[in-house]
Design a protein around this ligand. Structure first.
Ligand code: HAS
Length: 565
């Protein structure tokens, strides 16, 4: 790891320090509500709650809060904060505070609107907000503002990056900056179809200006956004694994070019795969399902490369620490070093992702997808991906940035070290239970406590019960991990400042520091991404727009009766 020099004690100005702290603190507070509804989910599913609501909040209202807060709000806020920190630190640049605050205000305003709609029960449409479930316009407009707010930093970073390139044309762009620009390029491309869905289809429909909606078009546009969304979540974690993890363990990044190639491949491959979420949808020709399925296998490649590169980087560091043998070197890594707590957060995330990757590849096969689609297997898969490397690395980095930006020392370090292990243990039980139940046919997104998990119901399905109970045990352990995290976060936040705030991010040198022209420039990769998107999406979109009538009236999530336009 490079030793920090006085020049490294870079500090963002006070306006940005405040903005970044707000972007970290607000979603963490909301996460309390999101995590609480996660716990309620497993209790409903295991039949330990046999009711349509708890404390006045309905089942689907809670599930919407859980998905929207944890998967959309927490991640987007964190990534914008992390992106500012990465771009500022690695390029040693500052931004216009007015523009940053415009972004923060849009994101906060949008989130408050969406939260109001969800809490008042007028937007219980889950995080995918599939029509014909209809939400209040306040929800859709709030979500739009959140997304538009998150575009602003992207353009700010591009301007700063171009300026940096002019001054340092011969230097390689720092890998972390490549990673964050790739992340937000994917986000920008992915949110365009979402913007179309929300602005052209959903907002006029929810305002009563149109009476029906083309549901297959809406679902196709949603998944055009929804799959790249998962790489928008994953790539900041990869920035941490490539650039920071090797430094934290005292080693080097095995190959710098492998990291760059992985980020560029994600730009090209993360979007033209969304129809793998729609293998069961009517109205889309099977050849396009096949194309998206095939491309899905290809988008797993940069993750396979990452597994290899990260493992090689860990092995290099472990051998420097005295590790020996074919597998014996694993023992020397700093699993229980509370000073290097980021290692524990990152490593446990990687272990979970090993399983998330395998289950993802199962989902991608059209025939196997038939077995697991819309069953509890799917939440088991995505909790080992977004709830694994993504969530754990974001939690760890939230604490890291909090201490640096406030000049406070991390409090309760031993409890903090427990968080990733407790979360991982709980998540393994939770995912195993839900995976087996899913293979046995248990549906996702269903209040099982009222039906299949309730022995008093004629629908009671005894064979799912032990697996849902295992899921509940795992989910309760995950909730305990979150409780520990919140304690560490808030005790640290309200503790005394002990040093000057600063920003010093861990940065590893590369073991193989190749300079390959192909991965130096974003342009060919972005062009390839756009071409592939046109090939993969133009025909199916044409098909769903011109196909047999898809127009459907709206439904209130709480009622099977069509709503008035
Ligand atoms: Fe997925 C559904 C396929 C990755 C998230 N996915 C979802 C949903 C979410 C989600 C949220 O093809 C549900 C959406 C909904 O609500 O309906 N997914 C894949 C594939 C990958 C994949 C092929 N998913 C992710 C990531 C996510 C995520 C990443 C969030 C961040 N997924 C699907 C499909 C569906 C789906 C279908 C639709 C299913 C349906 O029917 O609805 C691949 O990108 C995975 C590649 C990953 C690897 C793993 C590499 C391993 C690494 C760790 C190495 C560990 C080390 C440490 C070195 C190839 C990098 C040592 C470890 C030891 C064990 C010793």
């Amino acid at each position: 790891m490079r030793t920090a020099t006085p020049n490294d004690r870079f500090m963002v100005d006070n306006a940005h320090r405040a903005a970044l702290l707000l972007l970290l603190i607000v979603p963490t507070v909301l996460l309390i509500l999101g995590s609480y509804h996660g716990l309620l989910q497993v209790l409903y599913r295991a039949g330990l709650i046999r009711s349509a609501s708890v404390l006045g909040l309905q089942y689907y209202q809670g599930l919407t809060l859980h998905g929207v807060i944890n998967a959309l709000v927490f991640t987007t806020f964190f990534e914008v904060a992390f992106g500012y920190a990465v771009v500022a630190y690695f390029l040693r640049r500052r931004f216009s505070a007015a523009v940053t605050w415009l972004a923060v205000s849009l994101m906060l305003g949008g989130t408050l609107m969406a939260a109001f709609a969800m809490l008042t029960g007028s937007a219980s449409v889950l995080y995918t907000f599939y029509p014909p479930l209809k939400a209040s316009p306040v929800f859709y407009i709030g979500a739009t503002l959140l997304v538009v707010g998150s575009w602003v930093p992207y353009f700010q970073w591009i301007a700063v990056y171009i300026d940096w390139r002019r001054a340092a044309a011969e230097r390689k762009t720092p890998l972390a900056v490549v990673g964050m620009l790739a992340t937000f390029t994917i986000w920008f491309l992915a949110t365009l179809p979402l913007a179309y869905e929300v602005i052209v289809q959903l907002i006029p429909w929810s305002l009563g200006l149109t009476s029906t909606v083309n549901v297959v078009l809406a679902r196709t546009l949603f998944w055009f956004f929804g799959h790249p969304l998962v790489y928008f979540w994953l790539l900041p974690a990869y920035v941490m694994f490539y650039v920071m993890l090797p430094a934290i363990v005292g080693g080097k990044l095995y190959s710098d070019a492998a990291g760059r190639l992985a980020f560029m491949l994600f730009i090209v491959l993360s979007a033209p795969v969304g129809i793998h979420h729609q293998f069961a949808d009517p109205g889309i020709t099977s050849s396009y399902k096949w194309l998206h399925g095939t491309l899905t296998f290809m988008v797993a490649l940069p993750s396979f490369m990452t597994a290899f590169t990260v493992a090689a980087s860990l092995e290099y560091a472990a051998r420097l620490r005295g590790g020996r043998g074919l597998f014996g070197w694993w023992r020397t890594l700093p699993y229980f070093d509370s000073e290097r707590y980021l290692f524990a957060y990152f490593f446990t995330g990687l272990v979970l992702f090993f399983f998330g990757g395998i289950t993802g590849i199962i989902n991608a096969s059209v025939s196997m997808n038939n077995v697991v689609h819309n069953t509890s297997w799917i939440p088991a898969h995505f909790h080992t991906t977004v709830g694994g490397p993504v969530f754990l690395s974001f939690l760890g980095m939230t604490l890291f940035l909090l201490t640096q930006l406030t000049g406070k020392r991390l409090r309760l370090p031993r409890l903090n070290l427990l968080v990733p292990y407790l979360w991982t243990g709980g998540l393994f039980l939770f995912s195993f239970g839900l995976s087996v139940a899913g293979l046995l046919g248990e549906p996702r997104r269903t209040n099982l406590g009222l039906t299949y998990s309730n022995p008093d119901s004629p629908l009671f399905h005894a064979v799912w019960e032990p697996w849902s109970r295992l899921g509940a045990i795992g989910g309760s352990i995950m909730a305990a991990a979150m409780l520990c995290f919140f304690l560490v976060f808030f005790v640290t936040l309200f503790s005394r400042q002990v040093e000057e705030p600063r920003l010093v991010l861990p940065e590893a040198e590369a073991y193989h520091d190749e300079d390959i022209g192909l991965v130096r420039n974003f342009t060919p990769w972005v062009v390839a991404a756009v071409v592939l998107l046109v090939v993969a999406y133009a025909p199916p979109l044409y098909e769903v727009v011109t196909g047999p009538t898809q127009a459907v009236p709206g439904y209130d999530p709480a009622s099977p009766i069509v709503t008035a336009p």
